[in-house]
Design a binder for this molecule. Sequence first.
Ligand code: ATP
Ligand code: MG
Length: 796
Amino acid sequence: SPAAASPLLANLNPEQLAAVTLPEGNALILAGAGSGKTRVLTTRIAWLLQTGQVSPGGVLAVTFTNKAAKEMVTRLTAMLPINARGMWIGTFHGLCNRFLRAHWKLANLPSTFQILDTQDQLSAIKRLMKQFNVDDERFPAKQTQWFIAGAKEDGRRPRDVEVRSEEDRKKVEIYQLYEEQCQREGVVDFSELMLRSYELLRDNDVIREHYQRRFRHILIDEFQDTNRLQYAWIKMLSGVTVEGRFVPGGSSVIAVGDDDQSIYAFRGARVGNMADFVREFEVQRQIKLEQNYRSFSNILDSANALIGHNTKRLGKNLRTDQGPGEPVRVYESTSDFAEAQWMVEEMRQLVREGIDRKEIAVLYRSNAQSRVIETALFNAAVPYRVYGGLRFFERAEIKHALGYLRLLENKDDDTSFLRIVNFPPRGIGARSIELLQDAARAAGHSLHDAVSAVGGKAGANLSAFVAKIDVLREQTVGISLREIIELVLDHSGLIEHYKADREGADRVENLEELVNAAESFVTQEGFGRDAVALPVDELRQSPASQGLDPSRPMIDEALEPLAPDAETGETLSPLAAFLTHAALESGDNQAQAGQDAVQLMTVHAAKGLEFDCVFITGMEEGLFPHENSMSDHDGLEEERRLMYVAITRARQRLYMSHSQTRMLHGQTRYNLKSRFYDELPEAALKWLTPKNQGFAPSAFGYGGGYATSRGAGGGSGGSGYGGGFGKESFASPPVPPQKAAPSHGLRSGMQVFHNKFGEGTVLALEGGGDDARAQINFPRHGVKWLALSVAKLTPV
Ligand code: ATP
Ligand code: MG
């Protein structure tokens, strides 16, 4: 058996072993969370390499995040002494970027094309819409952005979009103009990376056949979250279409996924790709993994019970041999602030018990929830790291610095030009910029090239700015990336600007961190592993030099020359490579890298990861499940899958918490606790606070009555504390509250009497008129928020 010889294969269960050692051919591995899917995928690559069935250049593996890709490379290099650079392991975006870097000419891109992140894309769209006088009330820029991304992810160029209304026609027109603008400026957005490389594969037989021969083994993790275009891209790499019908080709494609963890439908993911894959790739082998190695059974039982409430499932089982472990702890707090305080205390206890901080994760449904938690952690001096959210490379000061760098690299990058032309302020006003934009449009030039066409004082200021950039560009010739960045920070005036700002200290620190980021990019990453076209030499390395058994024949056609334009050996400058890295990588690792820090992230960002201890916060109706998804069945099922992902991140300890009140988007919300609690097995839970504490419906205006009447309270609606669904319902509750006297006459610190809760002390007051509410500490019932238009309070 293949297992006998290789220590790689020790410790795999029989199903895992079968998956790792699958013979050639397409296969689907369908299995629940923590069953070893990712581990199987990594081990299979190692096994294929070790047994000489493929060389590193013949493997293409797609992961969902950069972090996952790095981890896979790390694990592989630990298992085998190979040169990981030859392997194509990365995210869809990372791999497409690499592909386009190698074939930029055929892809009709400048060799130094830069990537627009989501923020840049939005500002590029706004700029364009302004320029063409598009009504942004009728066509909000954000919606336009979604429309364009959606079209691209369906593989549609403007001419392919079906136009059914005047509205559609306008949108398509904007899409068309946006494409022209990007092309002129030499920039591509994320979906463009995918679409462009898909089209190149589709339209260029030589390139397609080359890569089809080259990638003998294609492996895709988290397959349930692939979108239409990604699936089409994989098909392009692994088969041909004959008379309109797809015929799988010579490569073996292994898709690994879990339908219960499909959580990106809102971004175009198609769980239906799994069924299509089985059919179109004529999959003969499907493997299910049912043993969970991650979590104790209280955690796993909770996950299983919860997801059992979904109706649309392919159906899988998960069991664990680990014992029950600790119960899942549930906590109710009075406010989001108190929730964060409690969490910090609990974390301190965990750390005292010997848990590493980086093994503690706080998960939330919405990014906006992190602020309160961050504040509490910061005040308690607990090191923490936020994943996602505002990434390092997305911070304003960093974007400004990158703007200068990008303009040095590509003078036609108008987005960058506009970002920094008057930052730090140098007296170039909106009117001057408008004049410049008009001149540029008239002449068909970039903003940079059009400054000489603007006269007067405005023209002089603009020319001075462009001269400054051009001088900087000359000065960067022949110096290191670190020196380039230092030069730009000094001469742009950015550092000086933030130093003069009383609250700019953090920003100065971040800018200095950018120098470190560049430094570690150059040294650790061998700069731009992803960004640089693969040197052909690397593919010609002998098996022996890659730590493989030289006596085995290499079944690999990667030794053929690459397509002509990849052979020129042209690589990016370190600066261009770094800018690509900044756009593609989250940059999470920059600040506080290497620290033992608590991990904060959204549930979406936690997919595929695992931690000893997990806190799921904000378990409230309207938040989790999210209010946007609660009204329809499919939306609710996706929320439940998201909850399933959250629960299954935990190895040992799981906490869930909710709060009676929460400040979100500048509004106090009074939420019911999440219906998901009612879907968990009572035996696995331990309530740290009394289970049904909270407002009695009669005490609160938009109380249980409202919640129950919408049926939104799930099993606990009637007995739970009441609450609206945030802003909208607060503004216009369906049951009009009785009019209260305009002045309630309460002050904080005052003693009041409530005929149900007895005597209490007013802690805080908020809002006015019908919206007035008070936070009151009732010694016998705890702290509560009451709506004064409804609650009967008498001063004592
Ligand atoms: P997810 O669905 O969350 O992505 P997964 O199915 O990819 O999970 P892995 O992350 O590969 O699961 O594995 C979960 C954990 O179980 C990892 O810590 C992994 O090392 C461990 N594991 C997997 N298989 C085994 C095994 N046969 N023996 C011991 N540990 C295992
Ligand atoms: Mg995984």
